[in-house]
Design a protein around this ligand. Sequence first.
Ligand SMILES: Cc1cc2nc3c(=O)[nH]c(=O)nc-3n(C[C@H](O)[C@H](O)[C@H](O)COP(=O)(O)OP(=O)(O)OC[C@H]3O[C@@H](n4cnc5c(N)ncnc54)[C@H](O)[C@@H]3O)c2cc1C
Length: 417
Amino acid sequence: MARTVHIIGAGLAGLAAATRLAKSPMRIVVHEATDQPGGRCRSYFDRTIGMTIDNGNHLVLSGNHAVRGFVETIGSAAELVGPASAEFPFVDLATGERWTLRIGDGRVPWWIFDESRRVPGTRAGDYLRLVRLLLPGADRRIGEAMDCSGTLYQRLLQPLLLAALNIEPPQGSLALARAVVRETLAAGGSACRPLIARDGLGPTFIEPALKYLAAHNVAVRLKHELRATKTSAGRIAELDFGDEIVTLDDGDAAVLAVPPYAAAALLPGLTVPTTFRAIVNAHFRVEVPPSCPPMIGVVNGTVEWIFAFAGRLSVTISGADRLLDVPRAELAQRIWNDVSAVTGVKGELPPWQIVRERRATFAATPEENARRPGAVTQWSNLALAGDWTATGLPATLESAIRSGNRAAEVVETMKAA
Ligand SMILES: Cc1cc2nc3c(=O)[nH]c(=O)nc-3n(C[C@H](O)[C@H](O)[C@H](O)COP(=O)(O)OP(=O)(O)OC[C@H]3O[C@@H](n4cnc5c(N)ncnc54)[C@H](O)[C@@H]3O)c2cc1C
């Protein structure tokens, strides 16, 4: 009889694991607690502004090879769009200055010697600071390894590291920053092209994945929350879904691809990250002027990144715990003031929505990074996945997909009990 693999959680990690295993002779079943797959990467129709939006704007870089492999497999690579080269328009709201950072394609960073391509107010020598991020060594806070002040920091390193790690960079893990910089900036512009899901996260990542899984006879069961597990003789013996108990026979396996707090509740004793950072997104229904770039970085504002979509401007603010208790209407107005100043779209506050994800990512500190477990567990038929597992990357789509791929590999090497 074919082995059955139960994948718990239909976020990107679970979907990646299912996609990897879809062609194997094993029977694959995905169980998702909510009525919508996608987890923290999803689109939904928002009645307040009358359009489909993403829970959060997601930016990936061309060097995110697992993300690109995933969309290739599910047939939606054309949905991830971006400029032909690594260009990042920026505006400084304190001074009104605007510039476009243009990272050269090659590994040798010749672009830092070109005043018109580097950050205004910086000199080529300032970029030597990046070397400090790349030096090998034990994990510690970025603020202990590098001077977090000055123009290069404020206009490049702070926005880049905050977006990648979702934590104020001085507190962030040097090891995670190193991994990001090594795979992107240090790899040259060809690894730094910004890519955005043109028509949203659902049409790019989720719906094509579901189609791919259906075509390979993978079942995805929604509203099917795993409530408890029963272990016996070093393996998972039962999965308790409340209305149904699934017994894992010899050779059956499970992949737990749920957030860390859910994993810890299902597997008492598992060490996981326990502190988180928020991300705030704001969406405004407006006519977007053609002059507006698809994405613009903002320095010295409440907002950090503004994304332009058809009929909508959307904003991302990372490490946004300070904004969680600000009244919604007040926050919307404050954000709109920045958006208006940056894009030139004038007028009263348009129809808006604010999405505050309190536990958007685990806090990317050295302490929390050290609490991330690997895919292999003490239970012989269980693998872990999720952006919070030990992928060596901060909590991103790239991390989630790599974790799912790794869990699939672990399952493939498991022996029948
Ligand atoms: C607002 C926001 C903006 C972001 N921006 C970016 C970005 O720009 N670039 C980037 O790369 N990343 C970004 N991320 C991070 C990215 O979304 C995550 O890293 C990724 O989606 C995590 O996927 P996951 O599968 O690990 O976890 P999740 O997406 O959390 O998936 C876990 C799934 O498990 C389900 N589940 C939980 N408990 C159970 C249970 N008991 N039984 C069954 N199912 C269960 C959940 O419902 C969920 O569907 C952002 C995240 C947020 C929130």
